[in-house]
Design a protein around this ligand. Structure first.
Ligand code: GDP
Length: 424
């Protein structure tokens, strides 16, 4: 019996989906505890290649219970589309292997609308939102102006509550943004369609989690995005609107007295960042294009080309610290095989001063990367399955990162397939 969290250490897209898919073999239950359908975990397995947005990555394993906790942004329409897509590919999804917390708030069509209107208003200062409504959703949740999934079971009170919230929301949409009000009839029809579809999956999942624990089951807590996108400790304001830290797992899952046994932090062998915001180690020109191509770095949800750079030891050390990582999974090492010399960002220089500490957000715009080059291995490593299979230069590279961030690298991934992994 063990309780582990799997989290991103950097800006997201570190390959968490791939690691959760691998590790679910050791767990009975996988819980998503924060975030919404605005990111995509990519998983490659016997069923095919999938971009998961909201559904926990344990969905591909028989017998694993997958839970969407109270901390997620639950968009019934997107969730239903995801369920349908997976079912079409032959993945079994029933109320026995997918459960939604009755205390999860519902992300409504007006959240997506408001997200879009706000990005338009911000113009060139936009946050780079994926326009899935996540920021307005969490803002409303803190204002106690959301509908809970469990309310779908109480239609009379739901109707009243909807009327109240929609009246309030329309004040913002019309008054602040000059948009048309959202009509109640339209939302009722939407709830009738998508609310009904997801209703069979809604349960008191906090109770179910406690029961699974009492039965001695092992539980994996799956985060979305990475430490640097954390609402409190990330690159504010270019963060997500929830806490992407392992520390949020007890609250967002519903297992409120949870003590995690391990926190597995996923780090990519180089850096990528989607959207706006400071990205100190960013590379440009042909060097960046080559890395982007080699790693196929395009957003799983949006298809946007990702910004790329060398592994950033400053940001990674910070990410490891705030996640409380007890082990690291280093992914996509094989992608660097084409390089003669591999760049590594070892420090930042801010106003002429060198630092290895990740700075306060406003200083990030003034930070320049200090880059060193280490030897590449320049051969195909995607067939390596044990540590000794890796060429010396590759082992040196992994050990260099390990020393710099102060956390053992227990897994090294050399390909997207389930078995393309080295355990140390
Ligand atoms: P996530 O949101 O953290 O799961 O990250 P992504 O969805 O961006 O997943 C990373 C991408 O890299 C996916 O397409 C994976 O299949 C792929 N991937 C994961 N690990 C490896 C690896 O070790 N090598 C290679 N070549 N690809 C990988």
């Amino acid at each position: 019996m063990q309780y582990s969290a799997i989290v991103g250490i950097n800006w997201g897209d570190e390959g968490k989906g791939r690691m959760v898919d691998l590790l679910t073999a050791e767990y009975d239950c996988v819980v998503r505890y924060q975030g919404g359908g605005n990111a995509g975990h990519t998983v490659v397995n016997d069923h095919g290649k999938f971009a998961l947005h909201l559904i926990p990555s344990g969905i591909f394993r028989d017998g694993v219970v997958n839970i969407l906790g109270n901390g997620v942004a639950l968009d019934p329409e997107n969730l239903w589309q995801e369920i349908e897509t997976l079912r079409l590919a032959g993945v079994k999804i029933t109320p026995d292997n997918l459960m939604i917390s009755d205390r999860a708030s519902l992300l409504m069509p007006w959240h997506r609308l408001q997200d879009e209107l706000e990005e338009l208003r911000l113009r060139d200062k936009k946050y780079g939102s994926t326009k899935q409504g996540i920021a307005p959703f969490y803002a409303d949740k803190y204002q106690k102006k959301t509908l809970l999934a469990g309310e779908l079971n109480y239609p009379d009170s739901l109707r009243e509550h909807l009327k109240e919230i929609l009246g309030w929301k329309n004040l913002t949409l019309t008054g602040v943004y000059g948009a048309e009000p959202v009509r109640e009839e339209q939302i009722k029809a939407w709830i009738e369609e998508y609310g009904e579809k997801i209703r069979p999956f809604i349960r008191d999942t906090a109770k179910i989690l406690r029961r699974l624990r009492d039965e001695g089951k092992s539980i994996l807590f799956e985060a979305q995005l990475g430490a640097l996108r954390d609402l409190d400790f990330g690159i504010v304001p270019y963060t997500t609107s929830s806490n992407a830290l392992a520390a949020y797992a007890p609250v967002g899952s519903g297992l409120t007295d949870l003590r995690l046994d391990q926190v597995i932090g996923v780090v990519k062998a180089y850096s990528t960042c989607v959207g706006e915001g400071p990205f100190v180690c960013e590379m440009f020109g042909p060097e960046a294009a080559a890395l982007r191509e080699a790693g196929a770095e395009y957003g799983a949800k949006t298809g946007r080309p990702r910004r790329v750079g060398p592994v950033d030891l400053v940001a990674t050390r910070y990410g490891v610290k705030i996640q409380g990582a007890t082990a690291i999974a280093l992914t996509k090492l094989d992608v660097l095989s084409y390089m003669e010399k591999i760049p590594v960002c070892t420090a930042y220089e801010i106003d002429g001063e060198r630092t290895e500490e990740f700075p306060f957000p406003v200083l990030l715009d003034r930070a320049n990367p200090v880059v060193e080059y280490v030897d590449g291995w320049h051969c195909d490593i995607s067939g390596a399955r044990i540590w000794a299979d890796l060429p010396e230069a590759a082992r040196n590279y992994v050990e260099r990162i390990e020393r710099a961030v102060g956390c053992p690298i227990r897994y090294v991934s050399v390909g997207p397939e389930r078995d393309a992994i080295i355990r140390r």
